[in-house]
Write a protein that binds this ligand. Structure first.
Ligand code: MRU
Length: 345
């Protein structure tokens, strides 16, 4: 099993997603600021994995504050959480995980628990374990949407690497394979950071799932050629009406899927849903450094001084989404209603 993120000997161990696929190595973070840096520089990425990393960063931060008296400990813990919340803006899971950690601390203090830091560490580990469990459930529900022989397109990396393990969109593909269905996965390379080429392709190869890598701009042609039966992606934030932010390029795929009558599925845990946003228009979209586009690693790929626009995510309107697969089941349009029912249930 791929170990994306683990709590080990009072430290956070992350698989380094920047060195994959050439080198599989691990980064150990002993301090919360090291985890923040790892989130910012994409050592750990993918919405659910960012959420787990944020929770573990908060636990590390709490351990760093343990020497303070209670009032100061509490005040500084909130400051630590604020700092972590600024690591990346789009993935809802990061903010969700920090809220859970704050709630855990309040509960520990209210009930006079002797070791609040221990409670926070336990909560972070629990968020990690729950994420894997959610993904397995999503896989079970979602796999019924995939038929034997399907050719399935995915974008970015919504696999084990993007989560605590197993994956959301790739989890559904894994579960379908485990159920005996033969699939062929088309992997968008996912410009500019190549999460598809570097990470999804790596995961699929490791699991011996048949896959073909394409560049992002080839996807429409494949749909036109009837080479794609279904599309499945993950999500960074889903608004109350089902509008979904995911890796840049997802929106184009969804519109093309609509034109070609191809089902377009989103797989995401409830922790990705943000009902405080009535639609996708106010989802914060991260802009990443120009050099992600003007350089590939150390190789310059555009003229020096070229003006660049580099939004890391786009928003797919809910009307293009055939179904959203969650750990509590599959929901369909109208999403405002189905999301609200799901969260009540
Ligand atoms: O910039 P990234 O690599 O963090 O973006 C990741 C994505 O867009 C994923 O598709 C999304 O987080 C879902 S991961 C289960």
């Amino acid at each position: 099993m791929i170990k994306t993120i683990t709590w080990k000997n009072n430290a956070v161990v992350l698989i380094d997603q920047n060195t994959l696929p050439q080198v599989e190595c691990y980064v150990t973070c002993h301090r919360y600021r090291e985890v923040i840096a790892a989130i910012k520089n994409l050592t750990v990425r993918g919405a659910p994995a960012i959420g787990v990393a944020a929770a573990m960063a908060a636990a590390l931060g709490a351990a760093e504050l343990a020497r303070f008296p209670q009032a100061r400990f509490r005040r500084n813990f909130y400051l630590v959480c604020d700092e972590i919340s600024k690591a990346r803006p789009t993935a809802r899971n990061l903010f969700w995980a920090l809220e859970r950690m704050k709630k855990c601390l309040e509960e520990a203090l209210r009930s006079g628990k002797p070791d609040p830091v221990g409670e926070l560490v336990a909560e972070a580990k629990c968020i990690c374990a729950e994420d894997i469990e959610s993904n397995r459930r999503m896989g079970k529900y979602g796999s019924i949407l995939l038929a034997d022989g399907d050719k399935v397109l995915t974008h970015c990396n919504a696999g084990a690497l993007a989560t605590a393990g197993y994956g959301t969109a790739l989890g559904v593909i894994r579960a379908a394979k485990a159920a005996g269905k033969k699939l062929h996965v088309y992997v968008d390379e996912t410009r500019p950071v190549l999460q598809g080429a570097r990470l999804t392709a790596w995961e699929l190869k490791k699991e011996r799932i048949a896959a073909t890598l394409i560049t992002d701009s080839m996807a429409g042609f494949l749909m036109q050629q009837r080479k794609i039966d279904k599309i499945i992606v993950g999500a960074d934030r889903i608004a109350a009406n089902g509008d979904t932010a995911n890796k840049i390029g997802t929106y184009s795929l969804a519109v093309l899927a609509d034109v070609h009558g191809i089902p377009f599925y989103v797989a995401a845990p409830l922790s990705t849903i943000d009902v405080s946003l009535k639609d996708g228009s106010t989802i914060p979209i991260e802009e990443r450094p120009d050099t992600e586009i003007t350089f590939w690693r150390k190789v310059q790929t555009a003229p020096a001084g070229m003006r660049v626009y580099n939004p890391a995510f786009d928003v797919t309107p809910a009307r293009y989404i055939s179904a959203i697969i969650t750990e509590k089941g599959i929901i369909r349009k109208p999403y405002r209603q189905s999301i609200s029912n799901l969260l009540k249930g």
